[in-house]
Design a protein around this ligand. Structure first.
Ligand code: C2E
Ligand code: MG
Ligand code: MG
Length: 681
C-alpha cells in the first residue's frame, strides 16, 4: 500500500511539475519570474538542468532541503535513471527520505519528493506489527486469528497448540469450526462473545481442556481474534472438590446430600415412579472388630460394586454412612416390583467377599418403600429406614416393605412422642407407686415409681408403649429427670409424715450413659433433702451388661454415697448368673417371668431359688417381681425367705394418695383362692 501510494504521489508530482515546465516553454512570453513563482508554489522539490546537466534553476521546496542545492543535484543525477530513494540530513539536521524522479526522456528535470513522513509512518506500522506478532506468539493465552468464509485459522500461537495438545504449526489453514469446537460439538464462534465464557474442549489425545474463551473482531474485513485462556487445572480442582462434596470418599458412591438432591428431582417430576431401598449390613461391626477396619473398608467397597451391578440401569446407589446404603429406583413402572431389585441386592451381598486372604460373609437387611405424592426425600428415607429396621427386628437378612401396618405403627409412635413431649412440657407425667414388701415383717421397705402418660381423653398409656419411644427419641433423659424429681418430692412428703420408705426409680440405658447422670441424681437428692440411702436406681440387666466403663464408674461412685443400685428384670439380660458380683448392685430383682413359673415349673423354681441364694452369698438384697398368687408367696417364703416381694398380690401400682404404707398383712392364703389374672390392672 505504501509503495503504491508513494508511486502514485511521485507520478502526480512529476506530471504536475512537467506540466508547469511545459507551460513555461510553450508560453515563452510569460516571464521567468512567473515561472519561478509557479515552481515555488509546489512543495515538491524541482531542479532544472542545463544541457551539461548542471543546475540551471530550482524551486523553494528544493532549497528548503539543503544549502548546497548544486551538490545535491549532482548527487541526485549521479545515479542511474530509475526512481531512487535516498536519505540526507536537511538544514535543521533532520533525517529525511527523498524520492528522486529523473526522467530518461527529460534529463533536464529532477523532481524530489520528501517522503519522510510516509517512511516514518511505515516504520511505526512495522514496529507495531512486530510488537503485535511478538505479543501474539509469546502470549501465555492461546490465540488464533480467524478469517474468511468459511472461516479458517489464519494464525495460531504456541499457547493455543499447547492447550489443544496439537503440533505447533498444525492449526494455520485449518477450518476454524474443526479446530475451535467445544466438547458439546458447538463451534466456539457460536458460543463465545467478547466477555469470556468457560468452555470444555475434547483434545485429539482424548483428554479434556477447559478454557476461558472470548473473541473480538479486529478489522472491518471480519478478522477475528479468538483467545483461549487455559483454566484446565483450576476447573479440574473445582470439579474434584465438587465431586468430593457429592460423593462418599471410600466407595465413590453418591453421598447423603446427593441422594437427597436426586430424590428431590425424582419426587418433584414423578412422585409415583420412585422407589427406595434402604440396605444395612448385618453385624458389620463384628466384621470390623474381628478383621480390622481395612477389611471392613474393602467389604464396603465390594458391597458398593455389587449394588451397582445388580440395580437397574439408571438406578442410583448411594452410601449414607457406615454400613448404610440406599438405592433410588427411578423411573419405576407401576407394574415393576421393588422386591425384585431388593432380592437381587440381598443375594449379591450374601455371596462371600474375599478381602485379601480373608473370606468374609455378610448379609443385609433391606427395607423398601414406594413414593406417593407429597412425600419429601427425608420422608422416603425414613420410611425405607423404618422398613429396614423391621427387617432387623424380624431376624435380619431379609427384605421388609413399608406397608400399612408399619405406617400405623409409626403413626402411633409419632402420636405417643407428641403426647410425651407435651406431658414433659406441662409437667403432666404421672407416677404410680408400687410397694415392695418384706415378707417376714410385712413392712413396706420401698416403693417403685412407675411412669404413666394420660391421653387428652383420659386414657392411661403404659410404659411398654412410651418407654421405647422415649428411648429412641432421647426423651428418656428429661423423662427420667421428671420421674426422679416427682418421686423424691413424694418420698420427702412421706418422710415428713413419718413413713421412712425408700424410693425405687427405673433408669434407662440412655440416661445412665450420660456424663451428667451422677450430678443430676445428687442434685435431685439435695433439692428434696432426701438421704441417698432412700433412693434405689433400677437398671435392667441388659443395660448394665452393655454399659461402658465410665457408666459403671458413675454408678459405683453413686453407690459409695449410699444410693442403692438394683438390677431389674434379672435373668433376662443374657448375663451369666455368676456375673452378679461383677455388677455394682445392692439389689437384684428376679424377673416376673421366673416368679410366674413358681411353684410348678421346675426350671423357673430352680432359677428363683438360685438367684435368691446367690444374692445372699454376694450380700445383696433380692426382690421377687410379679408375685400374683398366694401360692407363689408361700413358696417364696419357704424357699427364698429373705426375698422382698413385689406384685399385684401385695399391692398394685397406685397414685401416691392411694398407696398404703402400713405393713401389708402376711397371712397364709388358703389354697382354694384363685390366682389374680396377669392381665388384670
Ligand atoms: P419394671 O421396672 O420391671 O416394673 C414392674 C412392672 O411390672 C410394672 O409395669 C408393674 O406394673 C408390673 N407389675 C408389678 N407387679 C405385677 C404383677 O404382679 N403382675 C404383673 N403382670 N405385672 C406386675 P409397668 O408399670 O407397665 O412398667 C413396665 C416397665 O416400664 C417397668 O418394668 C420399667 O422397666 C419401665 N418403666 C416404668 N416406669 C419407668 C420410668 O419412669 N423410667 C424408665 N426408664 N422405665 C420405666
Ligand atoms: Mg423396675
Ligand atoms: Mg422388672
Amino acid at each position: 500500500v505504501v509503495v503504491v501510494w508513494t508511486a502514485l504521489l511521485l507520478a502526480l508530482a512529476v506530471s504536475a511539475s512537467t506540466a508547469a515546465w511545459g507551460l513555461g516553454q510553450r508560453h515563452g512570453r510569460r516571464s521567468a519570474r512567473t515561472d519561478q513563482l509557479m515552481l515555488d508554489s509546489v512543495d515538491v522539490g524541482i531542479a532544472a538542468l542545463d544541457g551539461q546537466g548542471r543546475l540551471a534553476r530550482c524551486n523553494d521546496a528544493l532549497r528548503a532541503l539543503t544549502d548546497d542545492v548544486p551538490g545535491l543535484v549532482d548527487e541526485l543525477v549521479g545515479g542511474d535513471d530509475h526512481d531512487r530513494e535516498l536519505r540526507l540530513a536537511d538544514r535543521g539536521g533532520t533525517d529525511r527520505h527523498l524520492v528522486v524522479g529523473h526522467r530518461r526522456e527529460e534529463r533536464d528535470v529532477v523532481v524530489v519528493h520528501d517522503v519522510t513522513e510516509v517512511r516514518q509512518a511505515e516504520q511505526r506500522l512495522r514496529a507495531s506489527e512486530e510488537r503485535f506478532r511478538r505479543t501474539f506468539e509469546g502470549s501465555p493465552v492461546g490465540m488464533a486469528l480467524v478469517a474468511g468464509r468459511p472461516r479458517a485459522v489464519v494464525a495460531a500461537n504456541a499457547a493455543l497448540t499447547r492447550f489443544l495438545h496439537v503440533r505447533v504449526g498444525s492449526l494455520a489453514g485449518r477450518p476454524a469450526d474443526d479446530v475451535l469446537v467445544c466438547d458439546d460439538g458447538r463451534p466456539v464462534q457460536a458460543v463465545a462473545g467478547t466477555t469470556a465464557v468457560e468452555l470444555a474442549f475434547h483434545r485429539p489425545d482424548g483428554t479434556t481442556g477447559h478454557g476461558l474463551v472470548s473473541q473480538t473482531v479486529v478489522d472491518p474485513e471480519g478478522l477475528v481474534l479468538v483467545q483461549v485462556e487455559d483454566v484446565t487445572e483450576r476447573v479440574q480442582a473445582r470439579l474434584a472438590l465438587a465431586h468430593q462434596a457429592a460423593h462418599d470418599p471410600l466407595t465413590g458412591l453418591a453421598n447423603r446430600r446427593t441422594v437427597v438432591e436426586h430424590l428431590q428431582v425424582a419426587l418433584t417430576s414423578d412422585p409415583e415412579g420412585v422407589g427406595l431401598l434402604f440396605v444395612d449390613l448385618d453385624r458389620f461391626k463384628q466384621v470390623n472388630d474381628a478383621y480390622g477396619h481395612d477389611v471392613g473398608d474393602q467389604l464396603l467397597v465390594e458391597v458398593a460394586h455389587r449394588l451397582e451391578s445388580v440395580v437397574r440401569s439408571g438406578d442410583r446407589v448411594g452410601r449414607l454412612g457406615g454400613d448404610e446404603f440406599v438405592v433410588v429406583c427411578w423411573p419405576l413402572g407401576s407394574a415393576e416390583r421393588l422386591s425384585d431389585v431388593a432380592s437381587r441386592v440381598e443375594r449379591a451381598i450374601a455371596a462371600p467377599v474375599h478381602c485379601g486372604r480373608t473370606r468374609v460373609h455378610v448379609t443385609a437387611s433391606v427395607g423398601t418403600t414406594r413414593a406417593r405424592a407429597g412425600l419429601l426425600p427425608e420422608d422416603l428415607l425414613r420410611e425405607a429406614d423404618t422398613a429396614m429396621y423391621r427387617a432387623k427386628t424380624r431376624g435380619r437378612s431379609r427384605v421388609e416393605e413399608y406397608d400399612a401396618s408399619l405406617r400405623r405403627e409409626v403413626e402411633e409412635q409419632v402420636a405417643v412422642e407428641a403426647l410425651l413431649r407435651s406431658a414433659l412440657d406441662s409437667g403432666a407425667v404421672e407416677l404410680d407407686y408400687q410397694p415392695i414388701v418384706d415378707s417376714r415383717t410385712a413392712a413396706v421397705v420401698s416403693v417403685e415409681a412407675l411412669a404413666r402418660l394420660r391421653t387428652p381423653t383420659g386414657e392411661v398409656v403404659r410404659p411398654s408403649r412410651f418407654i421405647p419411644v422415649a428411648e429412641s427419641t432421647g426423651l428418656v433423659v428429661p423423662l427420667g429427670l421428671a420421674v426422679l424429681d416427682a418421686g423424691l418430692r413424694q418420698v420427702a412428703h412421706w418422710h415428713s409424715g413419718g413413713h421412712r420408705v425408700r424410693l425405687a426409680v427405673n433408669v434407662s440405658a440412655g440416661q445412665v450413659a450420660r456424663a451428667d447422670f451422677e450430678a443430676a441424681v445428687s442434685s435431685a437428692l439435695d433439692r428434696h433433702g432426701v438421704a441417698p440411702e432412700h433412693l434405689e436406681l433400677e437398671i435392667t440387666e441388659s443395660a448394665l451388661v452393655a454399659a461402658g466403663a465410665s457408666t459403671l464408674q458413675q454408678l459405683l461412685r453413686l453407690r459409695d454415697t449410699g444410693v442403692r443400685i438394683a438390677i431389674d428384670d434379672y435373668g433376662t439380660g443374657h448375663a451369666s448368673l455368676s456375673y452378679l458380683h461383677r455388677l455394682p448392685a445392692t439389689t437384684v430383682k428376679v424377673d416376673a417371668s421366673f416368679v410366674a413359673g413358681v411353684p410348678h415349673d421346675a426350671r423357673a423354681t430352680a432359677i428363683v431359688r438360685a438367684v435368691s441364694r446367690l444374692a445372699e452369698d454376694v450380700g445383696v438384697d433380692c426382690v421377687a417381681e410379679g408375685v400374683e398368687t398366694g401360692e407363689q408367696r408361700d413358696w417364696l417364703a419357704e424357699h427364698a425367705p429373705r426375698a422382698l416381694l413385689q406384685g399385684f398380690l401385695l399391692a398394685r401400682p397406685r397414685p401416691a394418695g392411694l398407696v398404703a404404707l402400713a405393713p401389708v398383712p402376711a397371712q397364709r392364703t388358703p389354697a382354694t383362692v384363685t390366682p389374680l389374672s396377669r392381665s388384670a390392672g
